[in-house]
Ligand binder design. Sequence first.
Ligand SMILES: Nc1ncnc2c1ncn2[C@@H]1O[C@H](COP(=O)(O)OP(=O)(O)OP(=O)(O)O)[C@@H](O)[C@H]1O
Ligand SMILES: [Mg+2]
Length: 801
Amino acid sequence: MDFTSGLNDRQKEAVLHTEGPLLVLAGAGSGKTRVLTHRIAHLIENKKVTPWSILAITFTNKAAAEMRERVGNLVGENTVRDMWISTFHAMCVRILRRNSEKLGYGRYFTIYDTADQKAVIKEVMKMLNLNEKNYPVSSVLGTISSQKNQYITAEEFSASAGDDYKNKMIAKIYAHYQKKLRENDAMDFDDLLLNTCILFRDHKDVLEFYQDKFRYILVDEYQDTNGVQYQLVQLLAKKYKNLCVVGDDDQSIYGWRGADISNILDFERDFDNAAVIRLEQNYRSTQNILEAANKVVAHNQGRKVKKLWTENEKGERISILQMDNEYREADAISEIIVNGIENGDYDYKDYAILYRTNAQSRVLEEKMMQHDIPYRLLGGTRFYERKEVKDMLAYLRTVANTKDDISMKRIINIPRRGIGASSLETITRYANVQGMDFYEAAKLSKEMSILGNGPATKVLGFVNLVEELKEIAREDDVKVLLENIIEKTSYREYLRQTEGEDYLERIANIEELVSKAASYMETSEEPSLAAFLEDIALVADVDNYDANSNSIVLMTLHSAKGLEFPVVFIPGVEEGLFPSYMSMTEGDDKVEEERRLCYVGITRAREKLYMLYAQQRTVFGRTQGAVCSRFIKELPIEVTNLEALERKRQQPSRPTMQPISKGTSTSGMTRGTSGQTRGSAADYFAGRLSIPAPATKTQKDGTMRLNTAYTNPLSPFNRQKIGSNKAEAYKPNTGLAGKKIENLPKVEDTYEQGDKIKHKMFGTGMITAVEHTEDDVFVTIDFDKGMTKKLSARFAKLQKM
Ligand SMILES: Nc1ncnc2c1ncn2[C@@H]1O[C@H](COP(=O)(O)OP(=O)(O)OP(=O)(O)O)[C@@H](O)[C@H]1O
Ligand SMILES: [Mg+2]
């Protein structure tokens, strides 16, 4: 079979070059990931390589699932089953599960997430008498993590710290932290990689086994590998050297997490006979979008200059929209989406809003709800980080591994069993002195008179519960176990008593976890409690992304790597936000990383791109003036809407109608999108016009009109319509500008507590509270699906039943 049809010559070359080291270095959307997929198919079908000897590494589980599916389509599902297509972390867990005993860990070691890590650090600092003020927990964790990512142990870190007192102390915390993890039979995320490296270093037979197994290794997004990941690849590929890595140095965006851009730049040095293939044709984006991306990233120094061109249409211009504040910004986005849907141009799932920080999502979410736009939010408080879900997981982990005292201590008093902090400390001390686990000591608390009679009875009550649950775990599956935990602890009742009004939502979350366990039991080949917990531990936020559901998606720019969408919005393109204030104070290479992030963002868009900035934004509760980001100013003016606006400015008497050349489709080759630059957006912003860009909308006939729904009310074009030339104080929930102000939906119905209502997205429910404001009514509703929401009657389009 020919797996190269439909590929260009360079791509074909990359697919066919199967023996020896190969680097595919190419810009965004040039088909790197596609090459990997076809290469795997070619290896199996034409080179008769057994699927068992192929290892493909992706950046997220989501990307792994996608690759699995694509390869499956090419070579059949059965074949793909034996292949390792996974993230670094998932690969390491798989290796460690079989070999952890060689490192002194149990087979069922627990994987700690950030919250667990913090709990351990806090315990260690307490023990060392260190103050959180001087040693903030997250910064200590950050330092430890970055050492681990560079393959530096606690002892090495201590040795390298020299006279630096603070680092010496952090090295000490690091050492105790590792000791504690070991005692708990737990590893954090970085340990998964680090310990696999150590396993390979100290157990040559194990390394050789995997070297022989993985004769063909492929790595996507190689530019974002860190030191330890680099080591792993080097070690595994050392024997056969059939290693294909693909990446783009312009998309290296995880420097802050230890990724090292030089890994990709040094590939030719690491493997002296390495072949290098460059792909230059972009298949994803319009010419305008590609031109914008190329020009922005060209401002970075010391990069490998790449040519990237496309045969795609010129496409629409990039819209730069200036808004008053973040609420208006979110309104503008909503408005554009609603228009696109109403005109039948796009589906909800075609839209993505990509922002710099998770904190930006709240306002966006609020507005999407108001405008009835179905959305999915990735990141933020993740499902598995919610309190109630973590409680349930802590129970499961306790049952799976009674050495894990972080989990055990989390739930020993949830729901309240009257076990006090001093009892816990006494047991801990006894356990330390006797060199036993916390749980073993707890079991003995009465027998050995560790505690008084009363407290000991309470602790034994808990021990009995754990033993009972362990018995169930032996006999039954995870779902049954989970249901038993919820029943036996009366956890629902506990939530009802302690969680106030959103307890229904929390119950819905634990029920969601039960459903997750049920579907796990159905789909997993070898279901077990340990494997279930492992699955969950490895789920990163992007992994809940389901491209099939018809809703828009909100996520950070970082998590959008590798993905593509017809329409992309990037809000908050302001100095201090994007590039971040931190990067601006830390120097040029940090700003360059932000610029690469901007390049990643722009190149996610296939057809349309909107970049927005606000003149005012509230950050950490403080409202500040904001200015347009340098990244917008670096755009070539002719690919943006600014050029047309500039022309409009010169004819202020006819501001509303202006012909604009719609993207002329070019047939045949349009090599090099560089074209002739008439100037950059920076010229535009350089003071010639102090009030920039009211938003515009290109109509079907190619003319452009001001879309008053999301223009800047301060703009001279719009003052009359708004009826005021002063900046109005922002009022929540009246955030629609322009014409929409007059047409705000009315609150016709009077709502009362106890009314039954229906909502388009959330279904039916009952009103539990009503709150009147000047121009709206807010109703709190318990929906029959289990969640509780407070909605604006004006916007939520509630239907009384
Ligand atoms: N030869 C080709 N013909 C048609 N479409 C292609 C070709 N190669 C790639 N594509 C399409 O172009 C888009 C981008 O491809 P892909 O995601 O593999 O690029 P990439 O280089 O991995 O991008 P990124 O750098 O963003 O990860 C995809 O929709 C892919 O299907
Ligand atoms: Mg890719």
